[in-house]
Design a protein around this ligand. Structure first.
Ligand code: ATP
Length: 366
């Protein structure tokens, strides 16, 4: 029996896409390869224009690769038109039919597929229950909220039981609170249906919250693929480190390398053990990164890893951010979670120390 957890659903092999010809061709995708597993919630994450939608549209069959191959369950789908692919798409603007009711919108795709009437009715009711919209079955689109329209769009896309559901920034039209609720809802729908979800977003928090794995893209390339923790805690490259969350950059010197760790000398002379990306063996001057929550600020700089002057203390409700101007000229932010018991006696202008957690530092592959 195949290993369902790891069976390949979509395999993108060395795919490039060039738009335009003549003097100004534009390479929107540059030799992209990724293997998306069955039952996976997989996210394509990157800034505007990095090629996420182009890749998604190729999987859907709305556009074709200039080079490379896309395989669906092992089969090359290059010549398969969109409607013959077991793939459905939920778009950013849901493209629902305003003159139809909620139930009729959900039934639409099934009717196009000529499914028997009784099956359509049963399936529509099942989908309405899945997205918790049974009580609104007979409402028209103008009579339901944005979040409810989002649920109808999802139900309509899920109704024909596609093997893969593509979601192109489907939450971006919703307000913050609704977006948060829908993130949890989408994750629930994915695990309940077992369908492979490929989700496109430029919102890193959204990607970290929902995904089993994330591909971080920039300028037509995939820079790193990994689980949310891998991507957040072990960014391999500067772009990934900067794009996801806040991070501190320090210039350092490599003293020695052993396996996946290096001993590095920080500005000011302290030595720490830093993590290395797989197969990376740096030497000489490097950039080391550390998350602000993986460091502590201490009033006495004696024996600390870094030393500097507190340039600002910013209270942001859940946390306090301490910005320190290091003696090396670099700046470093330490984030401390607030509690009712713990205040701070530190003040702007104080000379302070920074202590890094064990293995908080990582060497970047600059
Ligand atoms: P966004 O988050 O803004 O939707 P994206 O990462 O999804 O961005 P794509 O829509 O995939 O980006 O576009 C990638 C690049 O390819 C962009 O620079 C875009 O201008 C270009 N592009 C997309 N479609 C075409 C086209 N039909 N002709 C020419 N260039 C195109």
């Amino acid at each position: 029996m195949p290993d369902r957890q790891h069976a390949s659903a979509i395999k993108v092999c060395d795919v490039s896409k060039v738009f335009g010809t003549g003097d100004s061709p534009f390479k929107a995708l540059d030799r992209v390869s990724v293997d998306i597993r069955e039952n996976e919630f997989f996210t394509l994450l990157g800034p505007s224009g990095c090629g996420k939608t182009t890749l998604l549209r190729m999987i859907a069959g709305f556009t074709y690769p200039t080079d490379g191959e896309i395989r669906l369950y092992g089969e090359d789908i290059a010549t398969l038109p969109p409607f013959k692919r077991p793939v459905n798409t939920v778009f950013q603007f849901y493209a629902l039919f305003p003159h139809m009711t909620v139930g009729e919108n959900i039934a639409f795709g099934l009717e196009m597929l000529d499914r028997p009437k009784a099956e359509i009715k049963a399936r529509v009711d099942e989908m309405l229950a899945l997205v918790k919209m049974g009580h609104l079955k007979d409402r028209k689109m103008a009579q339901i909220s944005g979040g409810q329209q989002q649920r109808v769009a999802l139900a309509r896309a899920l109704a024909p039981q596609p093997k893969v559901l593509l979601l192109d920034e489907p939450l971006s039209a919703l307000d913050y609170k609704l977006r948060k609720d829908m993130q949890i809802e989408l994750k629930r729908l994915q695990s309940q249906t077992g369908i492979t979800f490929i989700f496109v977003t430029h919102d890193q928090e959204e990607a970290l919250t929902m995904s089993d794995r994330i591909a971080v893209m920039s300028a037509g390339k995939i820079l790193q693929i990994g689980g949310p923790r891998d991507i957040y805690d072990r960014p391999a490259e500067r772009f990934v480190a900067e794009f996801i969350g806040e991070i501190n950059f320090l210039k350092a010197e490599v003293a020695s390398v052993s396996g996946d760790k290096a001993e590095v000398v920080l500005p000011g002379g302290a030595r720490v053990t830093a993590r290395l990306a797989d197969g990376f063996s740096p030497a000489g001057s490097v950039t080391v990164v550390t998350r602000p929550e993986h460091a502590a600020i201490v009033a006495n700089p004696e024996g600390a890893h870094l030393r500097g002057r507190l340039s600002s203390i910013v209270y942001v409700g859940t946390d306090t951010h301490f910005h320190v101007a290091l003696e090396s000229g670099e700046s470093f932010c330490v984030r401390r979670q607030n509690s009712l018991e713990q205040g701070t006696s530190l003040a702007e202008g104080d000379v302070v120390g920074i202590v890094l957690e064990t293995c908080a530092a990582q060497v970047l592959k600059d």
